[in-house]
Design a protein around this ligand. Structure first.
Ligand code: NAP
Length: 179
């Protein structure tokens, strides 16, 4: 089966995934009394591994909650080599280009991979190996922060798959890379 790389992420109207202070508090601006998951649980059920950048990994650790993932997590970093003993069986540190990482993961039998983190997603897009993106837009303009998208050499065409509106405020659009 062909390996597919997926993005599931929330941004501000102006395309930031964290604010100027690195905070993701803006994700909570819309009251969510019933704790909607915005389709996350259905999405993650279809994934068999996660690739996340060191920045996102460190944010998850800062939450101070128990490890939230049930599937293997590959953290991309050129700086860290090891994780704490309690995460050793759940997290692997990887290095290399997105294409090399995807190849390694394909050889290990992973077929649906969730790619998370601003820089990481940008590097995957630069190598044109993102297949699907689910992007939720929170109706705030942050005016700066960590960008979801960055510079690319070539235009990448995506086809629209579906749109949903949550809490009368958050639009969520699913795109597939047109190949
Ligand atoms: N809004 C949302 O839904 C959402 C989702 C996820 C994250 N976030 C936020 O986004 C921020 C983190 O994003 P970020 O821009 O810092 O990006 P990131 O992708 O999480 O982390 C970037 C780091 O990943 C490593 N990396 C990425 N690709 C690599 C490669 N091919 N080879 C080696 N290392 C690689 C590098 O670490 P080294 O320096 O160690 O080499 C790089 O500095 C956090 O504030 C987080 O809270 C928001």
């Amino acid at each position: 089966m062909e390996t597919k790389n997926h993005v599931f992420i929330a941004t501000s109207i102006d395309g930031y995934i964290a604010d100027k202070n690195g905070s993701i508090e803006f994700l909570q601006t819309i009251p969510n009394p019933e704790n909607l998951d915005f389709g996350y649980n259905a999405f993650i059920k279809k994934m068999d591994a996660i690739v996340m950048g060191r920045g996102t990994f460190e944010t998850v650790l800062e939450f101070g909650i128990s490890w939230p993932y049930q599937i293997p997590v590959f953290v991309v970093s050129s700086r860290i080599q090891d994780v704490s003993d309690d995460l050793a069986r759940k997290v692997e540190i990887v290095n290399g280009s997105p294409t090399e990482i995807t190849q390694m993961m394909t050889e290990r039998g992973f077929t649906n991979i969730y790619i998370d983190g601003g820089i990481t997603i940008q590097r995957y897009l630069q190598e044109d190996i993102i297949d699907e993106m689910i992007i939720s837009t929170i109706p705030v303009i942050l005016g700066g922060g960590t960008s979801l998208f960055g510079e690319l050499t070539d235009l990448l065409e995506f086809e629209w798959i579906s749109s949903e509106i949550f809490l009368n405020a958050i639009t969520q659009v699913k795109y597939r890379r047109k190949r």
